[in-house]
Design a protein around this ligand. Sequence first.
Ligand SMILES: Nc1nc2c(c(=O)[nH]1)N[C@H]1C(S)=C(S)[C@@H](COP(=O)(O)O)O[C@H]1N2
Ligand SMILES: [Mo]
Length: 418
Amino acid sequence: MNTKERGRRRFLKGGAALAGLAVGEIRSASGQAIGSERPEVRPEDFRAYGERSRFVTSVRRDPRNPNSRTPLQDSVGIITPSALHFMVPTWIDPPDIDPWQHRLLIHGMVDRPLIFSMEELKRLPSVSRIHFVECAGSGDSLEERKKNGMLAETVQRTHGLTACSEWTGVLLSMLLRETGVQKEATWLVAEGAEPRKRSKSIPLEKAMDDVLVAYGQNGEPVRPEQGYPLRLVVPGFEGVHNIKWLRRIKVLDQPSMEKEETSHYPTQRPDLGKARWFQFEMGPKSVITFPSGGQRLPSRGFYEITGLAWSGGGAIQRVEVSTDGGRTWKDAELQEPVLRMAHTRFRFPWNWDGDEAVLQSRCTDDVEAIQPTLAEFGRIWGGVDSEYLKTTRNKVNHINAIQPWKVSRDGSVRNALL
Ligand SMILES: Nc1nc2c(c(=O)[nH]1)N[C@H]1C(S)=C(S)[C@@H](COP(=O)(O)O)O[C@H]1N2
Ligand SMILES: [Mo]
């Protein structure tokens, strides 16, 4: 027998042994049949500016909610694609700003008020940093329950008011030094260029620390929805500080008490009978993005639980995962690099035995702040109980409670916060 024949014989033997296993059907690694409903693929056109595959359908809006939220359930890694970065506000079109006409004015309590064109800003020493932006209202599935009688179903709706990008620009501290900030100054107010000129007061201490005046996002100019041609990135602070379409910064010796910051953003403290006027840092928060609400596990067996953690207080130090409703917790693996005030990806191997399971994550940041349960959050926030949080018409911002997802026997996953 020559070598060719021997090879053929071995092949036939192997074939016979396999024949009993699967006839004419290829199975995927999870045991699910594959290849049954594959849509027809047509050759892609060459595109001057790339587009994703037509099989990828993740979008910022979901059919039942016109708001623009990051589809975290589909996210991988830590960078949010610019096209999927949530946008607030949703009820306006981004202003159509000509970068050649655009100017940034810095004035107020400074020795030399200055006006910068975009070309002038781009000549200055630049930095690139990866940071999340998160709206103060993110994480609030109770709000949706009050409106629709139902807890938000998906992670896009519970936590989709955050996203993480690489931002490129100049440090605001450098521009402020150029203008010569006077020594009585303690605050500034930043203003956007859209018709209603949204403004926000920011403590000077933060402005002199790590605030970016950004013209770049994920390797290209900031998107119109994110503030083209120029925005503030105020690492770790609630979203509203990150003024987009930035046109003016006025240095002050007190907060300017803008309408929005005095009407919309303070939270009432029922225990003290007072309101907290200004809130800055977002607390430590994490959420499992897979498996999460609205998804379905096709079969029992191995899954990688994965999610995101972030904190306005610094870097994430630790993420723990519980698959038994919070009885036991084990450390998840953190994806490197773990960056300050940035989304951090965590991973946790899990074997689903087919029984009901409640999955949740909790994080600790590098100033040792631990993500609270909803009940703990109520106590920290103002001596209130879960009942108050469920029913109050007062605005409750900065909810960073642990988010439980319940996996049912049929594999469906739903929000189990209450
Ligand atoms: N000029 C301007 N900047 C703004 C706002 C705005 O309405 N106008 N919204 C703020 C709020 S409330 C949030 S949460 C963030 C959202 O940033 P993003 O749309 O890039 O995600 O932008 C902030 N910057
Ligand atoms: Mo916001």
